[in-house]
Design a protein around this ligand. Sequence first.
Ligand code: CA2
Length: 147
Amino acid sequence: MSKLVTFLNGPNLNLLGKRQPEIYGHDTLADVESKCSELASTLGLQTRFQQSNYEGQLVDWIHDAREDSGGIIINAGAYSHTSIAILDALNTFEGPVLEVHVSNIHQRESFRHHSYVTLRAEGTIIGFGVEGYELALQRMGTLLNSD
Ligand code: CA2
């Protein structure tokens, strides 16, 4: 079982820490990446961080993860609520998939309440801010290290 964890972030998440800090906090995606790589090393895991504003690119990266990754941690951003293509791609991945949302999507507009990714994910972490990525990684460690 590969110990590589692919982190996928969808549209607009490159703006984390740069806009709307009242919703998404002050940490940038680069901050999240460095905290998660540090945590990963204590868990015996490797990480790969990828962010795209394009749906097809995210689908291609899920296909890449099929070749080399033990698990996927994904915040598909707004595509979570719309993308059957991302769900279909995740359904071809054999390892665990964990979903993260920085904000509490259930306290927001009703169109954010449903996520297609949730249909595939082993678990979802919602509304814990960017700390959710580390919580998901901790859980991924449990899942990948129990084999
Ligand atoms: O809460 C989340 O993590 C979301 O996936 C973020 C998406 C939103 O469409 C989802 O409903 C919930 C939006 C990302 C927007 O990201 C920004 C980050 C900082 C500043 C501005 C936008």
